[in-house]
Design a protein around this ligand. Sequence first.
Ligand SMILES: Cc1cc2nc3c(=O)[nH]c(=O)nc-3n(C[C@H](O)[C@H](O)[C@H](O)COP(=O)(O)OP(=O)(O)OC[C@H]3O[C@@H](n4cnc5c(N)ncnc54)[C@H](O)[C@@H]3O)c2cc1C
Length: 403
Amino acid sequence: MTLTTSPGAHSDTGHRRPLNPHDFIDIEAFLSDDERLIRDTVRQFVRRELLDKITDAYTAGHLPEGFRAAAGELGLLGMHLTGYGCAGTSAVAYGLACLELEAGDSGLRSFVSVQGSLAMFAIWRFGSEEQKQQWLPRLAKGTAVGCFGLTEPDSGSDPGSMTTNARIEQGRWLLNGVKMWITNGGIADVAVVWAKTPDGIRGFVVPCDTPGFSTRNVPSKLSLRASTTSELILQDVSLPAEAVLPEADGLRAPLACLDEARYGIVWGAVGAGRAAFEAGLEYARTRVQFGRPIAGFQLTQEKLVNMATKVNTSLLLALHLGRLKDSGQLHPQQVSLGKRHNVSAALEVTREARTILGANGITSEYPVMRHMANLESVLTYEGTAEIHTLVVGQALTGLSAFR
Ligand SMILES: Cc1cc2nc3c(=O)[nH]c(=O)nc-3n(C[C@H](O)[C@H](O)[C@H](O)COP(=O)(O)OP(=O)(O)OC[C@H]3O[C@@H](n4cnc5c(N)ncnc54)[C@H](O)[C@@H]3O)c2cc1C
């Protein structure tokens, strides 16, 4: 018997879909109808209602007007959770929503990530029934905002070194400490705060109007400007005994929340990269120098090919990790690999796109430099690129290089 290897033996070219520069490896074909519908709904929402506003909001240093309520109405907040007014979508559908939001701005995706995957997930996964009933429906609708306080001024990559503490006094919890770099902090109604207790690290549901709780926004950010980032100050914050998250015991609980949120980043970064690639492609086709569009020069084509390759391979990786998550097979270390790769790749895409745009690339008239600046935060938060390198390194070698 001989095996035939004639060209085209395994393909029916008559049925091949046309090549699409905006979806080069045809990921579209691997999405379900439901996933496409959610993706298209969020894409239209971003393009019709947010893109016009985002540059001004970014410059002014806040989310676009009306975004929070609109995101709640669309069902984007906690969309991958079940019950309590949450949509209960697949992980892939949630990822696609993150991608489309971050194609608008990382600040939009950050709001949805922190609300849904950090504040809401912490309560949904580790909270009491009363805590869930009290907060999840309002957080899902966007009538309340949540934040997640783990990082401190002197405790970043090593959250186990936190000094915020909680002790029982006369049957009530008393919390003291400072949290730093907290997304949504200054606009939050409820904060999930992690603190050291005599029994180890525990999580607390802290209504932001509790006496002794105050916030101060981080001034002069040059990245993620469309997102509020704040310091949380806790001075003798007195809470009832039931304010503790009963199922969260030790550092593993906040790390599980971060794992949820950084899964969204794996997808979101693709959106920021895609937006930069599309801006670069469009500009290269229309910008004429030396008598021809700059897209016709080999050096520009190499840049566009590099960018398209990074966007496509990152999306493929995100989709694969999403399918693993939906089948219950995803490991945190695989999410680390995805976050590390996709954020770095997106940053490289934005930097290359910026060069194609020449001087125009440094202005806010084009989205490229805004995405680039945003991705510097994304590279650092939810575990820095270096920390994820160590996570994957440990998984590969069995040796920890953290200390
Ligand atoms: C815009 C923004 C929003 C944020 N939102 C939140 C939020 O909502 N909630 C929250 O709790 N936190 C939030 N963070 C904080 C974020 O998670 C931390 O910034 C991050 O964990 C890193 O901590 P650090 O900035 O203190 O850096 P450090 O931990 O001080 O690290 C500084 C550098 O040292 C490197 N490094 C540290 N340890 C090692 C090691 N063992 N080996 C090699 N290199 C190492 C790091 O990779 C980094 O390059 C946010 C941050 C930003 C910028």
